[in-house]
Design a protein around this ligand. Structure first.
Ligand code: ADP
Length: 430
């Protein structure tokens, strides 16, 4: 800034000196004092105008410099610039294809973009009600009334149920919130096509496989002793294929469900049934015990919870070498949640695989899974069943030491023990 003003002063001095010198020369040589005066005055006027412009530009630059004190004269320029920037940001957000809604601390709409009108059905005219009330009756409205820290993955758009939305709520400024909703209809359609394809293929395969398996069962290896090993292998593979198709159909069914029946699931007989299943599978190779720290029951789908717990028990038997221990546990935690767990002293799982175990067909060792009759879908089914019960699967494992698979179910799903057997035995409902 100092160098700018120094050059202004030097320029001023040079031009003034130049015009004065020219005026003296004209007056002395031609005696034209009047024209010398006009020339000197004109030159100085030009210099003064140039100086005024330079000074104004320097002042504007100072006014918009970050952290510069705002002088009263600079304020209007800075305000104009900020207003322009604000308008640009608002126009950019307004043009986004995603719905953006700014909410105050009470959930009232302070601002929304154009996409919010056609995706969320927010009308142009002002509405004093909080957004959750304005959207009451829609799934998005219900979600807004719950804990919105968890994003909503796939909901029908309130303005047009044919459109699917994902929604996220973010804290913003002092106690304000920003709702973002994205149209995921194309993705959702693709996902539906994939689901339908798997369900249809599995369904189509089911009948021919049942027929083949039936005929294989009819064949007696004693009639053709030379084909006995082949027959045994064919029966085993056809059984595997049937199990694969059944698991795929189970997954398809779970994926299309938004909720499962809320039944009273009596846990005590279920734990005994699971122990018997494990013993039948183990054929005396393992020590299998039940540790029940509570007599509480559960609220949920008997058939699906039994299938999930069974999967964990069967895995423990299949991945624990002979002589190992398996403990089926049923406990309450300090905060009231219920935990069904299966602990084994088996092979264990290296840490890098833990995060991916519930993916379809993910196996730590494909050969071991196939040898033991696994389809690679068991833990995926467990995860889906738990999700539909608002529960979660926790896996702790140490290679060579064993694994513990725990199904954590919210306290709201825990029921007092049934007084009689009228509520069901805990065995799967058909
Ligand atoms: P699979 O039918 O192959 O057992 P799952 O989905 O049930 O499929 O399990 C996925 C993989 O997780 C298995 O292939 C196996 O590698 C690993 N796994 C599951 N349970 C256990 C366990 N109790 N001990 C060691 N590994 C396990």
């Amino acid at each position: 800034m100092r160098s700018a003003s120094a050059s202004i002063h030097a320029g001023l001095a040079a031009v003034l000196a130049g015009t004065l010198l020219l005026a003296i020369v004209i007056a002395a040589v031609w005696g034209a004092t009047f024209w010398a005066f006009v020339l000197a005055a004109g030159g100085e006027l030009v210099v003064l105008l140039w100086l005024a412009r330079t000074w104004a530009a320097a002042r504007d630059r100072r006014a918009v410099a970050p952290g510069a004190p705002l002088s009263p004269r600079a304020a209007p320029t800075r305000r104009r610039r900020l207003i322009t920037q604000l308008r640009d940001v608002r126009d950019a957000v307004g043009a986004l294809p995603d719905a953006v809604v700014l909410l105050d601390h009470q959930g009232h709409v302070c601002w929304r973009n154009a996409a919010a009108i056609h995706l969320l059905g927010l009308q142009q005219q002002p509405d004093e009600r909080p957004l959750a009330l304005r959207l009451a009756g829609s799934e998005l409205g219900t979600w807004l009334g719950t804990d919105t820290r968890q994003a909503a993955a796939d909901l029908p758009a309130p303005a047009d149920p044919a459109l699917r939305l994902s929604a996220t709520m973010m804290a913003f400024g002092a106690h304000r919130q920003l709702l973002l909703a994205r149209d995921i209809s194309p993705l959702s359609r693709l996902e539906q096509v994939r689901r339908d394809f798997i369900a249809n293929v599995s369904h189509e395969l089911r009948t021919p496989l049942t027929v083949i398996h039936g005929y294989l069962e009819l064949l007696d290896p004693a009639d053709v002793p030379e084909l006995a090993p082949v027959l045994k292998e064919m029966r085993m593979q056809s059984q595997r294929m049937r199990q694969l198709v059944e698991d795929l159909l189970t997954l398809s069914r779970l994926e299309t469900r938004e909720a499962l029946p809320d039944e009273h699931m009596v846990m005590a007989p279920l734990l005994v049934a699971l122990q018997h299943e494990a013993q039948a599978l183990s054929q005396g190779r393992h020590t299998i015990t039940v540790e029940a720290g509570t007599d509480a029951d559960l609220r949920g789908s008997r058939r699906d919870l039994h299938s999930a717990f069974s999967n964990l028990v069967s895995n423990a038997v299949r991945y624990t070498p002979s002589g190992g221990n398996i403990v089926i546990g049923w406990q309450r935690t300090a905060n009231g949640d219920a935990v069904f767990s299966v602990r084994d002293s088996g092979l264990g799982i290296p840490a890098e695989h833990l995060g991916r175990l519930t993916e379809r067909f993910y196996r730590v060792s494909s050969s071991r899974s196939r040898e033991s009759g696994g389809t690679g879908l068991g833990l995926s089914i467990v995860k889906h069943v738990l999700n539909l019960h608002q529960g979660r699967l926790v896996i702790a494992s140490e290679p060579g030491q064993g694994s513990t698979f725990s199904c954590v179910l919210d306290a709201s799903r825990v029921l007092p023990p049934a007084s009689d057997d009228s509520t069901g035995t805990g065995t799967p409902a058909d």
